[in-house]
Design a protein around this ligand. Structure first.
Ligand SMILES: [Zn+2]
Ligand SMILES: [Zn+2]
Length: 156
């Protein structure tokens, strides 16, 4: 379904807000990811990632999208195309052509006046994935997994 007449559940943008998006479904997966790919692609020790069916995702900035959006095809996973803003360089989403899912990163979600993420109850992570390659220990109540949640060895 590409006609989204209803209200988006989550919205976000790159840092300079030239590139923005909306999603119209709850995440299939929401986790803190400690994999070496996320670490190296974002220069961060770990990220908050969410997966959605591609039909639930839409860009919300004016066409033509190529004028503001650049992409990078992962040399290790060529089926994963990462989209980034041409102006500020921030990665805002990636598309997996094997699964037809889109990943977005929680830190790009819209904030309220206090800096809190709008829709956090929908977006918030339920686990730590690829925790075996973590750069730091996290002492929270979420489950820790060697790979994806419930699909790998539990490290708790
Ligand atoms: Zn930008
Ligand atoms: Zn990852």
């Amino acid at each position: 379904m590409t006609d989204h007449a209803h209200v988006p559940l989550l919205q976000g943008s790159c840092f300079c807000q030239a590139v923005s998006y909306a999603v119209f479904a709850r995440p299939i997966l929401s986790a803190y990811c400690h994999c070496t790919g996320c670490q190296r692609l974002t220069s961060c020790p770990f990220i908050h990632t969410m997966h959605f069916d591609a039909s639930a995702f839409t860009w919300t900035f004016p066409e033509p999208h190529e004028s503001r959006l650049d992409f990078y095809d992962n040399i290790l996973k060529p089926y994963k195309r990462r989209y980034r803003c041409k102006t500020c360089g921030v990665g805002v989403a990636s598309h997996n052509s094997n699964t037809n899912r889109v990943s977005i990163w929680g830190a790009t979600l819209d904030r309220n006046e206090d800096g809190k993420i709008v829709g956090w109850d929908i977006a918030k992570p339920t686990a730590h994935q690829f925790y075996g390659t973590r750069m730091l220990d996290v002492n929270d109540d979420l489950t820790k997994w060697e790979g994806y949640e419930s699909n790998s060895d539990n490290l708790n």
